[in-house]
Design a protein around this ligand. Structure first.
Ligand code: PLP
Length: 389
C-alpha cells in the first residue's frame, strides 16, 4: 500500500523550506561559521528565565484562559500602547499565541476563503507564501528592490494589486532584507489599503531591532487601527525563540475569529512562557537595548566589509540580517552560497529561499559574535578574490 495517496493534494505540492535543505548540509560539516541562523545568539536574560522558574515553583502548571493570562494581556496593551502608539483592550482585543508563527497561521485561517488573494512583499519570511497556500488562498508577491533599500513602495503595491486581493501581509523591518519603510512610505501604503479595502496583517517581530529612524507601526496611522492585525512576539528582541510565545492585537471581532481557531488547535500558549513574557514586558527593555547595541555594531561591521569585498550591500535599518548582492561575482546565489560553504566553511542562505525576488542575493545573519563575524568576512573576501583569479 502506498501511504502517499492519503496526503492532501495541496500538501503534496507544497515545497519544503529552501533554508532547511541548505542547513541539513551545513549540519554535517565541521568548522562552519554560520551566518544562516535566524535567531539571536544571546540566551534569554536571566531575570526572565528566573520568572519562569519561580512560576514553576509556585505550581503554575495549568491551562490558562484561551486568550492568555489577563496579566500578560494587560502588560501587552501597556507595552504596545507605550512603544507603538496603538491602544487595545486586554479583555477583547489581544490573543496570546504560540509564537508569531501561530499568530500568522490562525490570522490567515480565520480570514481567508478559498481563492482569496493575499499580498505580501517579497523577498519575505519563508512561511508567508506556504501559509497562504495552506488556507487555499492565492499569494500575490509584491517585489521590493535593493535600489529602494528593500522598502515596500505604494507604487509596487499598486502595480501588483489584482481584483480579489483581500489582505496585505507586512513585515517591517523585514526578514530577510532588513528593509523597512519611512513614515511617508507607510502613509502612502495606508492610503492604498483604505482605497482598496485591504486588511493588513502586520508582523512587527523585528521592530525593537530598528537601528535608526525609529519604527512606525502601520496601525498607528489614521484610519488603520480598525483594519490592522498587529502581530508581535518575544523571539527576536527578547531572545526567546525556544519559549514559543507571541501575540496578536486587533479589532475584537477579528481577534474573536482567530480565537476560535486557536481554542480548537492550541487551546492556550504555555503557562510558563506566559509568566516569563510578563517579566520580559515589564522589566526587559534594558536587556533589549543592550542586545540592539550589539546588533548595531555588528551590522556596521558586516555591511562595511561586504561593500569593501565587492558584495554590494544596502544598509539594513532593522532586524539582524544583511542582504548583499552577489551579482558582481558572476555567480548565482545558490552557486555562491554552496561554493562559499564548500571552500571557506561560511554559511549564508541563498536569497531565492525567500522567493523569486531574492535572486542574485544572499542572506547573512549577524546574530553571531563580533569576532566570528570578523573571521567570516575574511573568509568571504578570500573566496571572492579566488573567483577573480
Ligand atoms: N515572522 C518573521 C518575519 C520571522 O522572521 C519569524 C522567525 O524567524 C517569525 C515570524 C516566527 O517567529 P516566532 O518565533 O515568534 O514564531
Amino acid at each position: 500500500m502506498d501511504p502517499n495517496r492519503f496526503i492532501a493534494r495541496h500538501i503534496v505540492t507544497l515545497p519544503k523550506s529552501g533554508i532547511r535543505d541548505f542547513f541539513e548540509i551545513v549540519a554535517k560539516m565541521k568548522d562552519v561559521i554560520s551566518l544562516g541562523i535566524g535567531e539571536p545568539d544571546f540566551t534569554t536574560p536571566w531575570h526572565i528565565r528566573e520568572a519562569a522558574i519561580y512560576a514553576l515553583e509556585k505550581g503554575k502548571t495549568h491551562y490558562t484562559s484561551n486568550l492568555g493570562l489577563i496579566e500578560l494581556r494587560r502588560a501587552i496593551c501597556n507595552y504596545v500602547g507605550r512603544n507603538y502608539g496603538v491602544h487595545y483592550q486586554p479583555e477583547s482585543e489581544v490573543l496570546v499565541t504560540v509564537g508569531v508563527s501561530e499568530a500568522i497561521d490562525i490570522a490567515l485561517r480565520a480570514l481567508v476563503n478559498p481563492g482569496d488573494k493575499v499580498m505580501f512583499h517579497q523577498p519575505c519570511y519563508v512561511s508567508y507564501h506556504p501559509s497562504v497556500t495552506l488556507t487555499h488562498g492565492i499569494g500575490v508577491a509584491v517585489p521590493t528592490h535593493a535600489a529602494d533599500n528593500f522598502a515596500l513602495t505604494a507604487a509596487a503595491l499598486s502595480a501588483a494589486w489584482q481584483p480579489g486581493c483581500k489582505l496585505l501581509m507586512l513585515n517591517l523591518p523585514c526578514n530577510p532584507t532588513g528593509g523597512t519603510c519611512s513614515r511617508e512610505q507607510l502613509e502612502q501604503i495606508a492610503r492604498f489599503c483604505i482605497e482598496k479595502d485591504l486588511l493588513v496583517i502586520s508582523d512587527e517581530i523585528y521592530s525593537e531591532l530598528t537601528f535608526e529612524g525609529g519604527h512606525v507601526s502601520i496601525g498607528s496611522l489614521r484610519g488603520m487601527q480598525e483594519r490592522t492585525i498587529f502581530l508581535h512576539g518575544f523571539s527576536k528582541a527578547f531572545a526567546m525563540t525556544g519559549w514559543r510565545i507571541g501575540y496578536a492585537c486587533g479589532p475584537a471581532p477579528l481577534i474573536d475569529a482567530m480565537m476560535k481557531v486557536h481554542q480548537y488547535s492550541m487551546m492556550c500558549a504555555s503557562v510558563i512562557s506566559q509568566e516569563a513574557a510578563i517579566e520580559a514586558l515589564v522589566r526587559g527593555e534594558d536587556g533589549v537595548k543592550r542586545m540592539r547595541e550589539q546588533y548595531h555594531r555588528r551590522r556596521d561591521l558586516v555591511v562595511r566589509r561586504f561593500n569593501e569585498i565587492g558584495l554590494k550591500c544596502h544598509l539594513p535599518r532593522g532586524s539582524f540580517y544583511a542582504f548583499p548582492s552577489v551579482a558582481a561575482t558572476g555567480l548565482g546565489e545558490r552557486e555562491f552560497a554552496f561554493g562559499l560553504l564548500e571552500k571557506e566553511r561560511v554559511a549564508m542562505v541563498p536569497g531565492t529561499a525567500f522567493g523569486e525576488n531574492g535572486r542574485g542575493f544572499v542572506r547573512a545573519s549577524f546574530a553571531t559574535g563580533y569576532e566570528k563575524l570578523v573571521e567570516a568576512c575574511t573568509r568571504i573576501e578570500r573566496f571572492v578574490q579566488g573567483l577573480r583569479r
